[in-house]
Ligand binder design. Structure first.
Ligand SMILES: [Zn+2]
Length: 234
């Protein structure tokens, strides 16, 4: 077993299409037609339609956006930001992530302090924080290039999510891509604008979520190494 291996993208999607942290319904249709992303024309059509509706949203709020030079283009800006950035991960499947043979390395592989920007699915307010990911390959297992872990975080973060499901989605992707691993650990430490800017309005509160499997769940030493590495990387 000494050749590169590409992962079936279907294995990476846990959430139902159209739901929080899932792909968009338009992409689901495109995949059924054998495509991996929406065309620029399709994305433009989504932006056009969303622009009209966001304009109506502002009108309902009593905003005379059409006659305000600062707001006249706001519906389009907002729609574009959703399609190009905030929900970008909903409109294309994850780029192929090639894994490589571990070549006998069976130690921990960890990346800490991966920035994550997402949006909570309950309030559409920003979530921002840091993700730490670790895995332990088996002797004949698979490893990935380090920046691929960052790409996995970007892909699932740029969809909107609740932090719990984002943790699980990232964990699942690493687990599937690093085939034959002895364990995978994912920890997210993030602040939520829906807590700091609205509702209870508590600044500075942060949320920690973690999903650990294999050696990280069953062996105190592996779990301790993961959390110690997070501290070391600070
Ligand atoms: Zn929220």
């Amino acid at each position: 077993m000494n050749r590169d291996k590409n992962i079936n993208i279907d294995d990476l999607e846990l959430a139902k299409a159209g739901c929080a942290n899932g792909i968009s319904l338009q992409l689901k249709e495109a995949i059924e037609e054998g495509k991996h992303s929406l065309s620029d024309e399709q994305k433009l059509a989504i932006i056009e339609e969303a622009t009209v509706h966001y304009g109506k949203f502002l009108t309902a709020l009593g905003v005379d956006w059409e006659n305000d030079p600062n707001s006249s283009n706001t519906p389009r800006r907002v729609a574009k930001a959703y399609v190009s950035d905030k929900f970008a991960g909903r409109y294309k499947v994850m780029d192929d992530i090639t894994s490589f043979p571990s070549d006998g390395y069976t130690g921990i592989i960890q990346e800490s302090n991966i920035p994550v920007t997402s949006m909570c699915s309950h309030h559409h307010e920003t979530i921002s924080g840091l993700v730490s990911i670790a895995y332990v390959p088996s002797e004949n297992g698979r490893v990935v290039g380090l920046s691929k872990l960052n790409r996995i975080v970007e892909h699932f973060g740029r969809r909107g999510a609740i932090q719990e499901q984002l943790t699980v989605a990232i964990h699942n992707a690493v687990d599937k891509i690093c085939e034959g691993n002895q364990g995978v650990a994912v920890m997210i430490n993030a602040t939520h604008n829906c807590v700091s800017c609205r509702g209870v309005k508590h600044q500075g509160a942060s949320m920690q979520t973690a999903k650990l499997t294999g050696c990280f769940l069953n062996e105190d030493s592996a779990r301790a190494e993961f959390y110690t590495n997070i501290q070391l990387a600070k």
